[in-house]
Ligand binder design. Structure first.
Ligand SMILES: [Zn+2]
Length: 78
């Protein structure tokens, strides 16, 4: 929560705080581990679930194997 004075300064300078990011669930398809995080830059905007190997299961070349799903469970094409 920004103070009223900070918000007045924001308004005067045109500064806009970064809006709250959507929470997304990351699931590892290998070990099933789930983790909640915030939407990252570059993620499709309507992402709710990300299927990606966790750091423990990630192997060379897996970095690109990421799938995004919206709130209805529909895969978001990239
Ligand atoms: Zn894993």
């Amino acid at each position: 929560m920004r103070s009223p004075i900070a918000r007045l300064i924001d308004a005067a300078t045109g500064y806009k705080p970064t809006p709250a990011r959507e929470r997304v669930r990351i699931e590892c398809p290998t070990c099933g581990r789930r983790q909640f995080t915030q939407l990252q830059d570059g993620d499709p905007p309507h992402t709710r679930t990300v299927i990606a190997n966790c750091p423990d299961c990630c192997q060379a070349g897996d970095e690109d194997r990421v799938e995004f799903f919206d709130e209805k469970g529909k895969r978001i094409p990239q």
